[in-house]
Ligand binder design. Structure first.
Ligand SMILES: [Zn+2]
Length: 287
């Protein structure tokens, strides 16, 4: 009888302990999920108009506008040119005290639109659309608009748009072509120059979305060296991996390099933006 009670007691204790652990697990899991789903308070998409009104331009004068393109990138996602500047914005927004505007996910990519899943916008539609977005951001009170560009085909039209809107709205605008700005970091990490869907872009995306990188589908023949000057011009471009220089820039798929590159690029871009804003301030431009 006494033994029976003892067994019952230890059974009850074990039962209560497991219930306790179960509750603990549920609570921790719920906390983890909510932390994971917590939107960045700096994303304009996630703010109410009241929240926005309270911080722009009083507390925040800068906005990051990620722009990209939907086009093939070797064995990494078609949205790489959107994902990279979008993630970069989230990584650096606090350091540069900026809000993040919604990403412009389509760009000008006529030479790649023949590939599966690609969409190209005509420059005649793209540039005025970008101008309107920039004007809208300026009218909302931002003093500094930082266009974080992920796609080379947009650059020319972004520059033209920025020239017009800056003088019209008396607003400071900076276009950052990150893969080009971070060319020193590419050399530091890989000991080589980069490429479209090459070591640089692949590493940046691998650091954040490793499950969407497909090294098993990769072989070196998938890459073509970009034309030197006007030596040739092909439409569509013959491959979706384009190397800046011969014998350099192929993806490495190395996890450590990816993390190192990711940190270095974010640091470089954030420091550069801060430096530019500082210089605009020193020159007292469009205050
Ligand atoms: Zn790209």
């Amino acid at each position: 009888m006494a033994l029976g009670r003892k067994t019952m007691n230890s059974k009850t204790t074990r039962f209560l302990i497991s219930i306790l652990f179960l509750w603990l697990w549920i609570i921790l899991h719920a906390l983890f999920i909510s932390a994971e789903k917590q939107p960045s308070p700096r994303e304009m998409n996630m703010m109410t108009w009241k929240q926005f009104q309270e911080c722009v331009p009083g507390q925040i004068e800068t906005v990051l506008l990620p722009v990209g393109s939907l086009e093939p990138h070797g064995v990494i996602p078609n949205g790489t040119d959107n994902l990279a500047p979008q993630v970069m914005s989230q990584q650096i927004a606090q350091a540069v005290n900026a809000l993040i505007a919604p990403t412009l996910n389509y760009g000008v990519t006529p030479r790649m639109k023949a590939y599966a899943g690609a969409v190209s916008v005509n420059p005649e539609s793209y540039q005025p659309f970008v101008e309107d977005i920039l004007i809208g951001l300026a009218e909302q009170g931002f003093k500094n608009i930082i266009v974080l560009n992920g796609h080379g085909g947009n650059t020319k039209f972004l520059h033209q748009a920025v020239l017009k809107v800056s003088s019209r709205c008396k607003v400071r605008i900076l276009v950052v072509n990150w893969w080009s700005l971070a060319s020193d970091e590419t050399q530091e990490v890989f000991g080589e120059s980069g490429g479209h869907a090459g070591n640089n872009e692949t590493a940046y995306i691998q650091a954040v979305f490793p499950e969407h990188i497909h090294p098993e589908q990769y072989h070196d023949d998938m890459a073509t060296v970009n034309a030197r000057g006007d030596s040739w011009y092909a439409v569509p471009v013959p491959s979706s991996i384009g190397l800046y220089e011969k014998g350099q820039g192929c993806p490495t798929f190395d996890k450590k390099q990816a993390q190192e590159y990711f940190q270095k690029v974010n640091h470089k871009v954030a420091s550069f933006i801060k430096e530019m804003i500082n210089k605009w301030d020193m020159a007292d431009l469009y205050r």
